[in-house]
Ligand binder design. Sequence first.
Ligand code: GLP
Length: 263
Amino acid sequence: MEIVIAHDYEEMSKISAGLIAAQIRKKHDSVLGLATGDTPSGTYKELVRLHKEEGLDFSKIKSFNLDEYIGLAPLHPNSYNYFMQENLFKHINTVPANEFVPQGNTDDPEEFCAWYEQKILEAGGIDLQVLGIGRNGHIAFNEPGSSLASRTRVKALAQKTIEDNSRFFESIDQVPRFVITMGVGTILDARKILLVANGKKKAEACAKFIEGPVTSQVTASALQLHPFVTVVLDEEAASALQRKEYYNWIRDHKQLVQKKIGR
Ligand code: GLP
């Protein structure tokens, strides 16, 4: 796991957008896994800038979003479909038929989940999966206790997540209790993973998943089992890490590290 500690949110967003852009430039028809939330919105803003000012081309990209609330139609302003349209898709040149976001108002969520997994397979699998992290250490909506082998499925939200996400709704009662989410196993199948996190409120979850044991109680810790994970944190999110000096040394000696160990 490569840990990159940025000074602030802006730098975190630039670094993570740079990594996504490098993936797209290397493989024009990359399959991206995308996340929603306050954390990646700065990254998406920078991707939009790279598209508008530097011609970053998304026309051959396919994307699969991590999750969606059950019961919200794609045009609902609190849906993740809507978030993706507003924060990314409508500003770049992705092809709508290639933008996959779980459908919250499907009649048959279970069948939908199987179809979604199938679509990811047909696309050739995810090349680069972007992730944020919940305060309880979840990735996508894989709440504590989720199987680390889980696939796309319906989950019930944990109380902490309902409280955290209520800031986007008029009242806490309006937060849907059920969601469709890619599983931890689905995420681990991606060829590369990029997790972004910022702010003091994520410090504890980051310390647990990076430096604690692999446990289904902190589903992000499953990323320790993946060979190509980059974590980009701001200083606040990194503040509870024990081995900060080591991560910073690697970051500052990147060329030497690449020469010696090839990463
Ligand atoms: C939700 C999403 C996660 C996201 C998390 C953190 O629970 N399902 O994918 O990582 O929120 O969101 P934020 O970036 O707004 O803190």
